[in-house]
Every structure is written in C-alpha cells, then in structure tokens.
Design a protein around this ligand. Structure first.
Ligand SMILES: [Zn+2]
Length: 460
C-alpha cells in the first residue's frame, strides 16, 4: 500500500491524494547538481592542463600580454567560439521576445529536420507562455565522447542557464538548465543538438513543460494551466478547480500569499522533476521547486523562488480542488525556503485540504477520519515521521502529519502554527536549528510532541 492511499480511508470520503517528492526532488537536485559542478570544475582544470591557453573562462584579451607574445591560436579560437555562441543565445532570446520564428531557427542545424521541428514546438510554447523576461547564458563547457562522435571534431557542448519569468506566475526571474551542442560548419557556429547533456543535468532539466509537446495555455486570475494542444475542456476545468483551491488556501492558511499557480497537466509522466512512472511514487500530483538561483549555482541548496504543480497523467481526470488545495499549500509556502520538516509541510497541506472537505461535507467526515488515524495509523509508528524515507513509508505518514498539525492548531492556534512554519521553512536548515525553533515556539521537542500526540483526544 502506498503512502498515497491511506489504508484507513473512510469509505466514500474523498481522500486527498498527495504530492510527495517536493523535498526528495530538491535533495536529489542538490546532490546531483553539486556533483555536476564539481565534475565540471575538475573537467575544466583537466582541460586547461591538457591544452594550455584554452582557459575557457578567460578570453585572450584578459590574459597577460606584454605586446611581444600574441595570444595563442587556441585561445583566440575559444574566444571567438564563445562570442559566436553568446550571439546565438542572445538572438534566441530576442526571437522569443519579438515573436520571430525565423530568427529562432536561424542558428539551428538546417540539415536536422527533427531538431528543427522540436525547436518550432519549443518556440511556439515559449511565446504562448507569455514571458516577461527570457535570457540564455553559457555556464561551463562539458565534454562528451558520444557527442563528439555524433557531431564531429568541432563539437562544443555547453551547459546553458535559461533565465526567465512567466508573466504573473514567477514573482522573480527563475533559472533552469539546459545542455546545447554547437558545431562549426560552413564558416559559422550552429546548434546541432539540445539533449546530449540531459543525463548530466539536475533532475527536471530540459524536461520543463515547454520542452515537451505542443501545449495550450489556460489562464484564470492567479492561475495558469498547461494542457496538451486540443485538451481544451480539461484546461478550463482545471482553471475552475484551481481557482476554488486557491480560495481554500487563502481561507485556511493565514500566510498572505499573493502569487499565482502554474499547473501542468500533460500526457507525459516525466515533467520537471516529477517522475510518475517510478513504481514507488503513486502521487496524483507534485509541487516542484523553481529556483532564482539553482542548487550549486551560488549556494549548495540554491534559492527557491516558488513551485509549479505537475499532475500525474494517469490522475488527470481526478483533478479537483481537494487535490489542488494540498498542492497549492506547498506552492504558497515554497518561497519561504523549504527547510521545514516534512511532517509539517505535508501536515499543513493536508490540514488545508481537509478544512476544504469539512466546509463541504461538515465536521462528521473529518472527525471520523481523525479517529481512524489515531486508532489505526498512529500505533504503527514510534515517532513523528522523519524526512528520511517519508515518501516511501508504508505507514500513513500523511495522516499522522496531519494529526500533528491539527494537534498544534488546537493547542496554539492557527496563527502560531503558521509562524512556526515560516520560521522552520526559513531557518530549519539542520536538526539542531529545527529543534531550537520548535521548542522555542511550541514548548515541544519532536519527541515530546509525539508523546502528547499519542494521548491526543480530539474534542468532538
Ligand atoms: Zn504534499
């Protein structure tokens, strides 16, 4: 039984599906991207040792030159390549801003029909998204023998940062990464491929909604929904459900959040860092972070800007405000920092979601479910669910997390629990910090909170 299908689900009640993997995704991203950066630096050092003068980060004009010794040919070639690729990337961004498909395709290999077709789809998607800002920049060169074999000796594989801001969705510009392959042909540099580096990038890279098939965009106030081209009815209905859900989050979670929600409900099981084909992930949707600075870019953890929701394609017909209010709670707290423990993150999302159910079906259903969590789920655990293994836990960790939040709300009031959440999300960077914040704000440690929870008798 998966963690997403509580065994004690009351018959007939709508059990909110869950959106795990938010932190899991983030942790993997930190690990992988950090490793990627280390690799890149080592690679670059080796490269520099192997080819003196090929210091990729320094154009020849910045190298010592006393007038007697001209820059080496290699350095000049590297600088020329860097400039050519920078120019291509600038043109690419300008093409999107000025809605000029011809310009967007100008530097794409004319002989590669498949790539050109994919780039056309990408261009159309980017234009339709409505971007306030878009820019591409070269990070570092990467080497891949396969790419060289495929594209020839001039192959230049580079990690690229795409910085963008979707109108009324991203509160600040955010960054995603890509890997582009360029080759020198016919006296100029052209883009020969866009996926040679995909396996080495962080999770979700080159797997953004716009990197996939052609989508259509549905907008509501503070809601933007992406569905496959032609899936219009679904797009409209998700806007309606998301608008209701946003209302619930506003009503039941006290943080004043004025952001918007992006929901991708595409016929694809791998969108961003959501991997719904993994056998141990049975969530109906997930909320994955966006970054104003990627993990490994300026800091190991990166800077979380917000989150986008991705719906499991197999669950697309079941998207309702109950599912979405859970996910939107994650979105509405994402930019705080995401250092809060998972029992609090998932417990708060469940809290909001169940408040919505309570508003619709009255307190009976919720009370019944709460008692079942106490009777059936609680005895199977010996402590609050830990972050480690949270999403693979066979016990109903969502139910117990929800119970812990219900308990804290009864005890301290909702406003204090929200303050606790904010403090932990911003500052709970390690267990010692979490313990200190929890104790200061509630009088409990995780251990004593668990003891009280075991004796919790909800008032009916
Ligand atoms: Zn969740």
């Amino acid at each position: 039984m998966s963690s997403t299908t509580p065994s004690a689900a009351p018959s007939g009640a709508q059990v909110p599906p869950h959106g795990p993997r938010r932190w899991l995704g983030l942790l993997i991203a930190v690990a992988v991207v950090s490793a990627g950066v280390v690799y890149a630096v080592e690679d670059r050092e080796q490269d520099a040792r192997a080819r003196p003068g090929a210091a990729l980060t320094k154009p020849p004009t910045t190298q010592p030159n006393n007038g007697t010794k001209p820059p080496s040919k290699t350095a000049a070639a590297v600088a020329a390549r860097r400039l050519a690729v920078d120019t291509i990337l600038l043109r690419r961004a300008k093409a999107v801003r000025t809605v000029n498909e011809k310009m967007f395709l100008q530097d794409v290999d004319p002989a590669n029909k498949k790539l050109r077709q994919e780039q056309k789809v990408l261009f159309a998607n980017l234009v339709e998204l409505g971007l306030d800002e878009i820019g591409y920049s070269q990070a570092e060169e990467r080497f891949d023998q396969k790419a060289v074999r495929a594209h020839g000796a001039s192959t230049y594989l580079v990690r690229v940062l795409m910085r963008y801001q979707i109108h009324e969705v991203d509160l600040v510009p955010v960054t995603t990464e890509l890997g582009y392959t360029f080759v020198h042909r016919g006296g100029r540099w052209i883009m020969a491929d866009d996926n040679d580096l995909d396996d080495e990038l962080g999770p979700g890279a080159h797997q953004e909604a716009w990197d996939l098939g052609r989508f259509e965009v549905h907008r509501g106030p503070r809601v933007l929904v992406l569905v496959d081209k032609g899936d219009t009815q679904r797009g409209r209905s998700i806007v309606t459900e998301a608008t209701e859900a946003l209302g619930e989050v506003t009503a039941y979670w006290p943080r004043k959040w004025h952001g918007s929600v992006l929901i991708a409900a595409l016929d694809d099981s791998d969108v961003r860092d959501a991997r719904f084909n993994d056998e141990d992930v049975e969530s109906a949707a997930s909320a994955g972070s966006t970054f104003s600075s990627l993990p490994g870019q300026d800091t190991a953890d990166g800077t979380v800007a917000g989150a986008y929701i991705v719906v499991n394609p197999k669950e697309r017909d079941r998207v309702d405000e109950i599912l979405l209010s859970h996910e939107i709670t994650h979105v509405a707290t994402a930019d705080l920092g995401s250092y809060e423990p998972l029992w609090l993150a998932e417990g708060a999302a469940e809290y909001v979601s169940w408040r919505g159910i309570e508003a619709i079906s009255g307190p009976g259903e919720v009370g019944k479910w709460e008692q079942e969590v106490i009777d059936d789920a609680l005895p199977l655990l010996s402590a609050l669910p830990t972050d480690q293994g949270f999403y693979n836990n066979n016990a109903d960790v969502y139910g117990v997390s929800w119970l812990a939040v219900r308990f804290l709300v009864k005890r301290l009031g909702l406003a204090a629990v929200e303050d606790l959440y904010e403090d932990l999300a911003r500052h709970g960077t390690d267990q010692a910090a979490r313990d200190r914040i929890l104790l200061t704000r509630t009088g409990f440690t995780e251990a004593t909170l668990w003891i009280y929870l075991k004796d919790y008798e909800p008032q009916r």
